[in-house]
Ligand binder design. Structure first.
Ligand code: SF4
Length: 105
């Protein structure tokens, strides 16, 4: 997450400043997820990973369907690099649990 986006979130009046410093990090059971900046950040990072993975699956499907167009379907390599960068920048993003992403809401 870039600094500008973080600053935007820090100024967002929806969030209770520093609430995440006084909790047990059991977000799945927390009544304040909609008021927590830490939760919103985890949500965005996880969404980025899910989006990249779904795009990779779609491009892989196209590649299986049109194997002779491999040169035109170059996005897979780009997406793999992007996924590695996101996972490096946010190593805990996959551990983020969100109803609807990881469990039945
Ligand atoms: S959403 Fe998670 S990190 Fe935020 S206050 Fe609740 S338990 Fe803590």
């Amino acid at each position: 997450m870039d600094k500008d986006r973080m600053d935007d979130l820090a100024r967002d009046p929806r969030f209770i400043p520093g609430i995440y410093n006084y909790c047990d990090r059991w977000c799945e059971r927390c009544a304040f997820t909609s008021r927590c900046m830490n939760y919103a950040m985890g949500e965005e990072e996880k969404l980025a990973i899910i989006g990249i993975e779904r795009s990779m699956a779609a491009w892989a499907t196209l590649l299986r369907r049109f194997p002779d167009h491999e040169d035109a379907i170059f996005s897979l390599g780009t997406l793999k690099r992007l996924l590695r960068q996101v996972e490096t920048a946010f190593p805990n993003a996959r551990a983020f649990q969100h109803p609807g992403f990881d469990t039945i809401a």
